[in-house]
Unconditional design. Structure first.
Length: 139
């Protein structure tokens, strides 16, 4: 069985951002040489997320509005976590909602997606470098 590991680094200049990372993951798959197996993609930071959905700008806007309603950034003082000197409690909650990782089947050397599916990196406390792990195993 083959095993491949790569870290993808991102530096989102805004506090919140959604990035389609499917091309980078597909490049990892090509480099791995795996034809049949599994691909794990996970955010390695507790204020970021990896998820699968449609690459449609209206949906991305709706996600950001919805997440802000569920876990608003302001007022910062309303979160106990922020009493430690942080201002990112909302980012932790947004990550919890959107998820830490995805696993995608690999079939015939390709990510085995359903219609419209793409992999996204969700940043909820940006303005610094963060990474995503891609781990591919299979034959």
């Amino acid at each position: 069985m083959k095993s491949y590991r790569k870290e993808l680094w991102f530096d989102v200049p805004a506090r919140v951002g959604l990035i389609n990372i499917t091309p980078e993951v597909e490049e990892c798959l090509r480099a791995s040489g795996v034809q049949e197996g599994l691909c794990l993609v996970n955010a390695m930071h507790i204020t970021a997320s990896v998820f699968i959905n449609d690459d449609e700008s209206g949906l991305h806007h709706d996600y950001q509005v919805w997440l802000e309603k569920l876990a608003p950034h302001e007022p910062v003082r309303s979160y106990h976590h922020n009493r430690t000197g942080e201002d990112n409690a909302d980012a932790h909650m947004k990550r919890q909602i959107m998820g830490r990782e995805v696993v995608v089947a690999i079939t015939n050397g390709r990510l085995d997606f359903g219609p419209w599916e793409q992999i996204f990196y969700g940043e909820f406390d940006g303005r610094r470098r963060k990474r995503v792990l891609v781990k591919i195993i299979g034959e």
